[in-house]
Design a protein around this ligand. Sequence first.
Ligand SMILES: [Zn+2]
Length: 412
Amino acid sequence: MSEIKIEFVQLEQQLEMLTIMLDRPLYKGDELAITIKYYGNIITKGSVGVFLASYLETNKETNEGMRKFLVSTMFQPHFARRMVPCFDEPQFKAIWKVEVIHPSLLNAISNGKILQIEALSNGWTKTSFDVTPIMSSYLLAVAITEFEFEDVQTKNCTLRFWAQDTNNSRFKRFKSISKTVFDYLSDYFGMNFSLEVLNSVIIPTELKFTGMENWGLISYQNKTILLDDSIPLNFRSMVHIITHELVHQWIGNIVTYETFKQLWLNEGIAEFITDITTEILFPEAQLNKHFFLRWQRIAIGVDYNNYKYPLENDHDDLRSYPKHLYLAYKKGYGIEKMIYHILGPEVFKSSIREYLKAFKFSNVNSDKYFSILQLNADRNNITVNFDLFKNEWVLMDVQLYTPDELTTKLLL
Ligand SMILES: [Zn+2]
């Protein structure tokens, strides 16, 4: 391999972008290896990027509380760059090979299954992981803990559950719900899970997120998962979060939005499939009713009060990401519900299956999504024009209610 000279390197702080200028152009098919020496910080406040968290554990012999530490990660939307220099946008998918050097008393987990654990000197260990499927940087994850784990076998993969304490009924309930949902979704999507092991780790500390769908390593915040599920609200919340993160193991992880403005293709579809899945598996949770009433009200409020944006707009930079979040989940959910009612349950399911198959391991925009819906509608003689639908509901600044109507509807 011949060497290419680097002319200069420029860091653009505001764009968080590093430009490496080479002495010659690159051509399609060129293979280029870049070695970068770098370091990142483990933050001790907050829960984005690579973060250190602490929690209390009672010493069983002395009955005294001990402070323990763990390291975990949260990279959505753009924090993978805090751990590793990378093309940190969803459309630049890559295969990731991870090795973690950590204290020997702790376990390291990442997206891929563990290939090797090698003892180093002075109490350190190197854990090497299998390569990931081709995936976006925000799905990369690492956790270093002293937790225990329990395995549950499914037809094509191992579900591995990690927690501070695995010997309690709430943890058992969590495993059981996860297994039920996972089996159902594998069948619903008509596609096996892409990895051999799916880790779920419960973080026993305050986080800025309730759950994160990292491919092969889902993180949950314990206060949203290990709850007293005899209280209906707790049960509903658990079922919601677990199902949502498991839906993402297909929707979002296998097929991913291209840019932030299409975030609703991840979150809107995931929320809606969560809704119809829990309706079948856990009707007692009444998530469907809850979703519709709550999401509809919030979506209208968001639409009207704060973010008078179409579902997709040109403000697709990171500064508008929080606005996309609200729209993507809540308005996106509503759009999916309409699509479901237009197509009916069976055609909706076959459309989602075809969408996953057609765009497996790649990125999508709403044109690609609606083209699959249109194909399935036409095939089944359902009269609908999804170009028009997209223009009216996704691209246009649709406000569902004028102020008077809003007041009237909400009073009703
Ligand atoms: Zn989500």
